[in-house]
Design a protein around this ligand. Sequence first.
Ligand code: HEM
Length: 501
Amino acid sequence: MLAFAELCIIVLISLVIATVLYFKSVHSYWKKRNVNYIEPTLPWGNLENPLFLKKGVTGIVQDAYKQFKSKQKRFGGIYFFHKPIFIPVDLELIKNILTKDFAYFVNHGSLSDEEREPMTANLFTAEDDKWRNLRTKLTPTFTSGKMKYMFCMIEKCSYQMIDHIRSSTLQKKPLHVKDIVSCYTIDVIGSCVFGLDCNSFKNPEAEFRKYGRKVTETTILGSIRLFILFIMPELNKLLRISLLDKEASEFFTRAFKDVLNSRKPEDTTRKDFVQLLLEMSSGHVEASKALTINEMVAQAFIFFIAGFDTSASNLAFCLYELAMHQTYQDRLRQEILEVLERHDQQLTYEAIMEMKYMDQVIDETLRFFPPLPFLSRKCNKNYPVPGTDLIIEKGSMVVISVLGLHMDEDYYPNPDVFDPDRFSKENIAKRSQYVHIPFGEGPRICIGQRFALLQIKIGLAMILKNFRVIPHETTPKSITIDPKRVTIVAETDLCLKTEML
Ligand code: HEM
């Protein structure tokens, strides 16, 4: 009879052989379908060993895009661990996936388990008809008319930011850009979405700021959690890992419900998202269009998560680029002053909309640093790729490299040069709209785009009207992106200096 130790060794060896065979088999997926692919390694596929992270998922997806493009392929395949990932390169195909054949690619492929985690009943994670219903209900809350109502609330938050920068400037303190603009965008979303004064500048321990940091920071546990949820959802049926941080979810639920309880649908004095969501749950709307309390909380939560860090990141990178390119900064300040002159020195919604060079600066910054550097779609029925005999199978993941497109020299010559003139009206007209997709495209495009741009533009106008931003001794000449994050974040703290004007 075999000794116990020998038996264990045999079982172990058998397990290793079975695992290797399994990976060999799944890693032949693209080869079998005659699709160009990048050779995977065991067991990561084309991902990296998490201990030696150099490129991160963003870099891997962008490299794949470049590699397939350089071979003049319309698409290619890679693997995230054992999962085949379809990478489209051809613009027509990208357009089909995002817009024309959207019916096949409705979902983001993120996981939600509403019963266990009611906060995942949000617009970003919702799927199929659930998403369609929510999107139809929520779209009217982001019209330009509604944005005009929120203008004053955003402007008020910008005054607190300006006071803070003024006092730092007088004390000759460096400007920790990301931190400062995050306080501003947290205050804006706290005010416009939750109807609360978050006070992030005066109180560094303010709860919205604390939980804002918590939901965006990268921890080893958080990364493992995301990895299992995205790559091995089957395993999660056993492990029952939560998608969202429990403490943060509880905090935001409590905060939103407290505000809801103090409001009445007929109280029309504040026109923030709480009020708009509340109106949607009131007797004025037909039952099918009404939102439940849990649905409202989940939407407020996603507006906060999706809204504050993305907008703060764009505002911070804009200030960085303008500090590094003083001529662009002068030109933008000139525009701000001229527009204000025409509007009796009043920063109004209409004045902001007239600042066209500001749009160019923001668009070029979003090209360089798209906060979400790739888009994901899960195929929900077999999709025959036009002009080929390939079928993208139901359940497969498609990942579009936003950064790959934004840095493609066929669309943007000298892509590493920051140049807002790429976004002049004439230059935009020469390109496909699918080569600049920082907010995504098609029916699933970012619902908060207007709101994001408004808070970024008000923040920029207020800062540049009052201060000149210049590099600090520690400001890097170019920015290195943190490979541990799936969003675009600088690896080191960005410090700038400010001078009063
Ligand atoms: C510069 C700022 C922002 C950027 C770059 C950005 C980018 C994006 C992108 C790339 C998507 C996915 C689109 C797709 O899959 O095609 C998205 C979705 C979304 N964003 Fe934003 N976003 C920003 C700000 C905001 C703000 C301020 C809010 C809310 C107030 C918001 C709420 C959402 C929501 C709810 C979705 C899901 C939409 C859906 O699935 O129907 N975002 N955003």
